[in-house]
Design a protein around this ligand. Sequence first.
Ligand SMILES: Nc1ncnc2c1ncn2[C@@H]1O[C@H](COP(=O)(O)OP(=O)(O)OP(=O)(O)O)[C@@H](O)[C@H]1O
Ligand SMILES: [Mg+2]
Length: 218
Amino acid sequence: MHAITKSYKLWEEDLKILKWIDIEIYKGDFLSIMGQSGSGKSTLMNIIGMLDNPTSGNYIFNGQEVSDLTDDDQALIRRAHIGFIFQSYNLLPRTSALNQVIMPLIYQGISKKERTARAIEALKKVGLADKIHNLPSEMSGGQQQRVSIARALVTNPSIILADEPTGALDSKTWVEIMELLTSLNKEGKTVIVITHEQEVDAFARKHIFIRDGNIVNN
Ligand SMILES: Nc1ncnc2c1ncn2[C@@H]1O[C@H](COP(=O)(O)OP(=O)(O)OP(=O)(O)O)[C@@H](O)[C@H]1O
Ligand SMILES: [Mg+2]
């Protein structure tokens, strides 16, 4: 990313959230993004994950200028390469854990039997083998977070974007989740994690800090 900015129009004013972001992220990186609440971390992550477009600047993904891609092309890249773990989980309220995790596989043209097997596998990996039929309202916050992690992993993405994946978890569970992300990184996946916690940050091998819409101590 070079000179990435993001502004929101609020009433007639331009609210500048990201002012100048220059970052290079390489395959296999384990990167943490820290910064105060409201500093623009989730905004940046949404741009990295092509869920949102920057106001200006260049974002080159695998050699492709992202602003030259159509929304459909961006969606295809997203589905093929990126797993998201959202700050707010983004689970569907009336859908079982199993079906939430199956969902991203539906676009991938694999059989129902294999979709189910892979979703169960992903749920086991995050320690939810006994909750596969539960609805979000029948699970704790940490368990819901783990469903969202299973959903991010099930497509076997090369990049994992995690927005405070440990926010709702107790200390034992968050260590497990960070160890899981570490082992995925060791398999060669690129992991980008937003966090407020120094202990979580310590798992990463590269660190960036956002302040006032700029990157400091890159
Ligand atoms: N759609 C929007 N319209 C207007 N302002 C927005 C919009 N989305 C985000 N913002 C503002 O952008 C700023 C950055 O938000 P963002 O969610 O990126 O912060 P964050 O660093 O992730 O914070 P937190 O640690 O609390 O999650 C905030 O001040 C927020 O109010
Ligand atoms: Mg955020």
